[in-house]
Design a binder for this molecule. Structure first.
Ligand SMILES: Nc1ncnc2c1ncn2[C@@H]1O[C@H](COP(=O)(O)OP(=O)(O)OP(=O)(O)O)[C@@H](O)[C@H]1O
Ligand SMILES: [Mg+2]
Length: 392
C-alpha cells in the first residue's frame, strides 16, 4: 500500500490540517458580517511565539472570502512602510474591482494612484513615503469601503507582527481606521497579531489608544481535548492509526503548544515504519524526543541568544527545582537581592520561557523549555552536568 503523505504542517504561518480550538475568536469575528457595529471590527490577537496567531489571521481571511469580502494582508515589518503597503494593496484591490465590475471609479483610482499617493501601480512599483501622514490612504479606503458596501460585502485588513511596528505608524493607522471605518460605519475590519511584548512597547501611553480599544483575544495553548483533535484527526483522515496509549504520550508531551503539536505530528510520520498499520509506542517516544529538540532550536534558541547573562543566570538557578521555583530561592542561589529579580522575571515572562505559577513562584513554560535551557547551559559551560532538580 502507498504510504500516505505526512499531513502535519510544522511551519510558522502555514495553516494546520485541523485548526483545533479557537472557537471564541472565530465566532466573535463572524459577528462582523451581520453587524457593522460589532466590536470585533477591530480585533487584536496576542500570544507567545508559535501559538497560532498568523494561522488565525489566515482563518479570518478565509471566513471573509467565504462572505465575498476582500482582504489586505500586511506584516508590520514591511520595508515600504506600513501605511504605504496598505495603500498600494488597497489601490490594487480597487482597480481589480473596477476591472471586474466595469464601474466608474476609474477616475478616482487613477487620481489617487498617480497624483495623491505618489506611487504607480504598474508592476515596477517605486513607493514613496505617504505624504503628510494619511490623507490618501483615507481616500482609497473610503472609496473601496463604499463600493464594497454597495455590493453588500466589505474589506478585512490584517496586520501581522504588530509588535515591531513604529508607534507613529500604528497611531496613524488607528486614526484613519477610526475615520473610514468606525465613524462612517463602513464594512472595513481590522485584525492584528502581536507578541506579548506589544504590551510593553505599544499598549501603554496615549499612542496605544487604538490598540487598547481593540477587541482582544489571548491566543494560548490548546486544551488537552483540542490537542487530541489536532493530533488524531489528521492521522485518521490520512488513513493511519495510533493506539490510545501512544496518543496519550504525544498529547501530554505537546502540552497543547500548537507548533509543538505540529512538530510531534510530523515526527510521528517520519519515525513510523508503517503509519497505516499503526504508529507504535517506541515510534511515538522517538517522535517526542525529535520534536522537542527541533522546538528548542526553532522557538527557544532565538530567544536564548537575545538574553543577557543575568537573564540566563536566573533560568539556570531555576534548574535546581524540578517543578516551580520561588523567587526567594532563586535570589539565594544566585546571591542576588530577590527584589531586584523582578526585572529579569518580567523579561523572561514576556520572552515566553517562564510562566508565573502563583505568588512569588515561576516555572519553565514547558518541559521543552527546561530541557533546552539545561542543554544550553551545559554547552555554554554554566553548569557541569544536566541537573535533575528537586521536586517542588
Ligand atoms: N489551532 C491550531 N491547531 C493546530 N495547529 C495549529 C493551530 N494554530 C497553529 N497551529 C500550528 O502551529 C504553528 C505556529 O502557528 P503560527 O505560525 O500561526 O504561530 P504564531 O503565533 O503566528 O507564531 P509567531 O509569533 O512566531 O509568528 C504552525 O505550524 C501551525 O500550523
Ligand atoms: Mg506569526
Amino acid at each position: 500500500m502507498v504510504r500516505p503523505a505526512n499531513p502535519f504542517s510544522p511551519s510558522f504561518g502555514i495553516s494546520p490540517p485541523v485548526l483545533a480550538g479557537r472557537r471564541t475568536p472565530l465566532s466573535d469575528f463572524e459577528t462582523i458580517f451581520g453587524n457593522v457595529r460589532s466590536p470585533s471590527y477591530a480585533t487584536l490577537l496576542w500570544g507567545l511565539r508559535g501559538t497560532g496567531k498568523t494561522v488565525l489571521l489566515n482563518a479570518f481571511e478565509d471566513r471573509s472570502a467565504a462572505h465575498g469580502w476582500l482582504s489586505i494582508a500586511v506584516a508590520a515589518a514591511t520595508p515600504m512602510g506600513l501605511l504605504n503597503d496598505i495603500a498600494i494593496k488597497a489601490i490594487r484591490q480597487l482597480e481589480a474591482f473596477e476591472a471586474e465590475h466595469g464601474s466608474p471609479p476609474a477616475r478616482v483610482v487613477s487620481g489617487v494612484s498617480l497624483g495623491m499617493i505618489g506611487i504607480q501601480t504598474e508592476s515596477a512599483v517605486t513607493p514613496e513615503p505617504v505624504p503628510q501622514g494619511h490623507h490618501d490612504l483615507e481616500t482609497v479606503l473610503s472609496r473601496l469601503g463604499d463600493v464594497l458596501a454597495e455590493q453588500g460585502t466589505g474589506l478585512l485588513i490584517t496586520i501581522d507582527e504588530l509588535h515591531v511596528a513604529e508607534v507613529d505608524e500604528i497611531k496613524q493607522f488607528g486614526s484613519i481606521f477610526q475615520l473610514v471605518s468606525r465613524r462612517a460605519e463602513r464594512p472595513i475590519a481590522f485584525a492584528g497579531a502581536a507578541l506579548p511584548e506589544l504590551e510593553r512597547r505599544l499598549l501603554s501611553g496615549p499612542s496605544g489608544t487604538f490598540l487598547q480599544r481593540c477587541h482582544r483575544h489571548e491566543i494560548g495553548n490548546l486544551t488537552m481535548p483540542e490537542t487530541e483533535v489536532a493530533l488524531l484527526d489528521p492521522i485518521v483522515s490520512a488513513g493511519a492509526r495510533i493506539d490510545a496509549n501512544s496518543l496519550r504520550t504525544v498529547v501530554d508531551a505537546s502540552n497543547g503548544q500548537p507548533y509543538l503539536v505540529q512538530l510531534i505530528g510530523a515526527s510521528l510520520w517520519d519515525e513510523s515504519e508503517d503509519p497505516v498499520a499503526g504508529i507504535r509506542a517506541d515510534e511515538a517516544e522517538r517522535a517526542v524526543a525529535n520534536a522537542r529538540s527541533l522546538y528548542g532550536q526553532h522557538v527557544h534558541a532565538p530567544v536564548w541568544h537575545r538574553l543577557s547573562d543575568l537573564d540566563k543566570r536566573f533560568l539556570i538557578a531555576m534548574l535546581e527545582d524540578r517543578g516551580s521555583s520561588t523567587i526567594a530561592d532563586i535570589g539565594t542561589r544566585w546571591q542576588h537581592d530577590s527584589r531586584s529579580l523582578s526585572r529579569y522575571r518580567q523579561r523572561l515572562l514576556s520572552a515566553g520561557l517562564i510562566r508565573s505559577v502563583g505568588h512569588g513562584r515561576v516555572a519553565f513554560v514547558d518541559d521543552a523549555a527546561r530541557a533546552f535551557v539545561s542543554l544550553q547551559a551545559l554547552a555554554e559551560g554554566w553548569i557541569e552536568q544536566v541537573q535533575s532538580g528537586a521536586d517542588r
